[in-house]
Design a protein around this ligand. Structure first.
Ligand code: ADP
Length: 515
């Protein structure tokens, strides 16, 4: 079959067609067609690859797949054009195929279209016809490439956005503070899991809700509204009275403003749980109040005694001495109180210097007995101690062990009766050493036992009205025992006596957070 080629008839490039070299594959068993096509297309500046058979065409694609347009003869020895089409598309998806046929029948046209052929060229064809069809195919190829590029670009942007969103979501979700994002209508559009603690009702009522309808406490809603209106950041402490467990949050609410229009788009509110801080503040205020109260009565008494003495209201030297003695007792009481307070403050701040070494409880008990004997004698109370032979040592600070035992023994003497007794004993108890201080004193009421270890607790009873004390001794005992991971218990029968039992581990385990 002959091919009429006039090299002088180049087709004008279509509008929008990328100029520059394109790669075109011609698959035809007719050498005249191959060469003719090559000449015409090369003259247009294209790179032309020739293949005599479909198999050779596929090989060329496999090796250099980046082909824009393929011109394929339908009838060739071996593999025909219709079979070639789907295989070629797999190798070069962006490639646009033009079918060359001698007989353009409707059936072959339909069949070729089904297999993704873009256009036909019926033999014989003129150079102008060739270029017209090729140029259209090149435009098509360009569009396919552009579409693919845009799709890939969009996909990568979406992927980037998704990654950023998920990163942001992970950060917000992991935050220890609650985060609430509202739009300008105060509709809650985003919150993190932590926000559910403060606003548990969000869970029930869905996420997108106008805050005013669901939000308690009202103060939070008011804060968000205020920020929307004033466009100013607000930082406010809010009490969570709507929660069973109560609590406080510090709400930091900031407006989100559109830079171009200056409009408020919404608000971001971060809620920090400050319940613990508030609790500590409250305890501190209570403590200061208690200390002031504890200082006031002895100071008032001292003031009273001193004014009696200064105004010479008492003439009798013996009576004078008695008043001075009482005055001194009160001063001693104040010194003890201050010492106890200093002990507590040191323990609280973690500034206690300890020398933790294996200590013999027998030795410590002996020292405490000798320290407390004058007090016991003055009160007419017998004091004895017994320590098991096989008692292991306890890893602890010696001063602290003495302070612990002294507090228990001095109480056992102070709250005893004339002729009563105090016994100290120490026995092994598994990994612990069990130290008991038993007295035959006034005992402690059940109500009193429940509060015994709290700061400034003193039982108000006629029997101990004249006994001085700070109400801090047992609190210090509990702090020391806690530091060593031990336990302290009390058993008491009113008017019969009490037994305080302390268990201390013989091996010290460091305990974070206790001073
Ligand atoms: P205080 O300096 O008042 O003795 P503590 O903290 O040592 O302070 O004791 C608190 C209160 O517990 C005492 O005021 C007393 O009412 C009661 N108490 C402590 N030990 C005994 C005891 N062995 N027998 C009876 N009451 C006791």
């Amino acid at each position: 079959m002959s091919l009429e080629i006039t090299a002088s008839a180049p087709g004008a490039p279509l509008e929008g067609l990328e100029t520059g070299p394109h790669r075109i594959l011609v698959v035809d068993d007719e050498v005249g067609i191959r060469k003719g096509c090559r000449r015409i297309l090369r003259a247009e500046g294209h790179e032309v690859m020739l293949a005599e058979t479909a198999e050779a065409g596929l090989k060329a694609l496999r090796e250099q797949g980046d082909v824009d347009v393929a011109l394929v003869d339908l009838r060739m020895p071996g593999m025909g054009g219709l079979e070639f089409l789907p295989l070629a598309k797999k190798l070069a998806p962006q490639m646009v195929c033009i079918v060359i046929t001698a007989y353009a029948t409707l059936e072959t046209a339909v069949e070729a279209t089904k297999r993704d052929a873009f256009d036909f060229l019926t033999k014989p064809f003129s150079p102008a016809e060739l270029l017209r069809v090729v140029n259209r195919a090149l435009e098509r190829s360009r569009l396919i490439r552009e579409r693919n590029r845009l799709a890939a670009d969009r996909e990568s942007r979406l992927l980037q956005l998704a990654t950023e969103q998920s990163r942001l979501k992970t950060i917000i979700d992991c935050m220890g503070d609650a985060v609430l994002v509202c739009n300008a209508e105060q509709v809650l559009v985003l919150h993190n899991p932590r926000a559910l603690r403060v606003l548990p009702h969000i869970r029930k009522s869905g996420e997108i809700r106008k805050l005013g309808e669901v939000v308690e406490p009202a103060e939070l809603f008011e804060t968000i509204r205020e920020v929307n209106e004033t466009r100013k950041r607000v930082s406010r402490e809010i009490q969570l009275t709507h929660l069973d467990e109560g609590g406080w949050v510090l709400a930091n609410c900031a407006p989100v403003v559109d830079e171009r229009s200056g409009k408020v788009l919404g608000t971001v509110t971060v809620l920090r749980d400050i319940s613990e801080m508030k609790h500590v503040e409250e305890l501190k205020a209570q403590f200061v109040n208690m200390v002031a109260h504890e200082l006031r009565s002895p100071l008032a008494a001292i003031d009273g005694y001193l004014s009696i003495l200064m105004r010479d209201m008492v003439q009798d030297p013996a009576e004078k001495e008695q008043i001075m003695g009482r005055c001194r007792e009160r001063v001693k009481g104040l010194v003890n109180l201050v010492n106890d307070l200093l002990d507590m403050a040191r323990m609280e701040s973690g500034r206690v210097q300890r020398e933790i070494l294996p200590r013999s409880i027998g030795e410590v008990a002996e020292e405490v007995v000798s320290l407390m004997t004058p007090l016991a004698e003055a009160k007419g109370v017998t004091l004895d101690g017994w320590v098991a032979d096989d008692l292991p040592t306890v890893e602890a600070d010696r001063e602290e062990l003495i302070r612990l035992l002294t507090n228990l023994v001095s109480n056992a003497i102070k709250y005893n009766r004339e002729g009563g007794s105090v016994s100290i004993s120490a026995t092994p108890d598994g990994p612990f050493v069990k130290i008991s201080v038993k007295d035959t004193g006034i005992g402690i009421s059940e109500k009193g036992q429940a509060q015994l270890f709290s700061e400034f607790f003193r039982e108000k009873r006629s029997e101990n009205q004249l006994t001085t004390g700070t109400g801090l001794g047992l609190n210090i005992v509990r702090r020391i025992v806690d530091f060593y991971n031990g336990r302290v218990e009390v058993e008491s029968v009113l008017n019969e006596g009490s037994t305080f039992t302390v268990r201390l581990p013989s091996k010290f385990q460091s305990h974070a957070g206790i001073g």
